[in-house]
Design a protein. Structure first.
Lengths: 117, 182
């Protein structure tokens, strides 16, 4: 016949083991969630850079009527600013993630395009 | 009786803990695979951008004016430059850089050919890749008027993407009056 003290000890041991298991799984789940958030953040950043790069390349290659290449869920804009230097302008391509508001910006200098009338 | 009940409870607890552990492990493996694929894809695209931008920067170079794009089809775009100034473009050297698409029944890949060397830059399962060239007005055109190279990627589950590679304005002949191809 089991003594009361033995029963109490086994309940405590069982509770401790369960608590340990719960803590282990909680921490590994947290690590998983953080990992997936990090992977998603890297993916979003890469897509944002790709969107800004696409806008910049479209502006540089087809300055007379740039191709619209902005992916869905992003807003892309290109601004041009003439410089005092002979025939040069600064081009800034910017992409903004509609969901998070994060932005990526690329800048370069180019010769002023001659697009005719 | 009590010990049988305890054994059942212990088995149920062990089973639950094991199920959670297996689910956690499976999620870890999936996350690791997704992160690895993301890293590979991102690196491959950045490498592709860098290599094509470098090739585009020198395309058309040489003592005599020459269009930077020698030929363009949905499967291939060839960039040329007369780097040694001998008046001709050598197919087997760095004077020729080609973007080439290869397809088979299950996958599509984009290869970059530098002279005689070819490397696969990106490959996708159940995907569709196509190349196009655009003029300075953003319209499809012939190789000699190309100012912008477009690579369309349709690859599930990421959907469609489009990569553009601008050619330096100085190397693109003429104004945007070239004939468009629609």
């Amino acid at each position: 016949m089991r003594r009361p003290a033995e029963g109490g000890a086994s309940v405590i041991e069982c509770a401790a083991a369960l608590a340990l298991a719960a803590a282990t799984f909680a921490s590994s789940s947290s690590a998983l969630i953080l990992g997936s958030r990090l992977a998603r953040a890297v993916e979003v950043r890469g897509e944002l850079l790709g969107a800004a790069r696409g806008a910049m390349e479209a502006e540089l290659g087809s300055p007379c009527r740039p191709v619209d290449v902005c992916p869905a869920a992003y807003r892309c804009s290109v601004s041009r600013e003439g410089l005092a230097l002979a025939g040069l302008e600064r081009v800034v391509a910017r992409a903004v993630d509609d969901a998070t508001g994060e932005a990526e910006e690329l800048r370069t200098l180019r010769r002023l395009p001659a697009c005719g009338g | 009786m009590a010990s049988a009940f305890e054994a059942v409870v212990a088995l149920a607890l062990t089973g639950s803990i094991a199920a959670v552990a297996v689910a956690n492990l499976a999620a870890t493996v999936r996350l690791g695979a997704a992160a690895g694929a993301l890293a590979r894809d991102t690196l491959a695209l950045r490498q592709l951008e860098d290599l094509v931008d470098r090739a585009g920067a020198r395309a058309g170079a040489g003592p005599s004016p020459r269009p930077p794009v020698a030929s363009a089809t949905p499967e291939s775009v060839v960039l040329v430059a007369d780097l040694d100034g001998d008046g001709r473009v050598d197919d087997g050297s760095a004077e020729t850089t080609a973007l080439e698409i290869r397809r088979d029944r299950t996958s599509a890949s984009l290869r970059l050919r530098l002279g005689r060397q070819t490397m696969t830059m990106v490959a996708y399962e159940r995907a569709s890749l196509s190349l196009d060239v655009l003029d300075r007005r953003g319209e499809r055109t012939r190789a000699e008027w190309a100012a912008l190279i477009s690579l369309a990627i349709e690859a599930p589950p990421r959907g469609s993407r489009r990569l553009l590679f601008a050619l330096p304005a100085a190397s693109v002949p003429g104004e945007p009056s070239g004939p468009s191809v629609r």
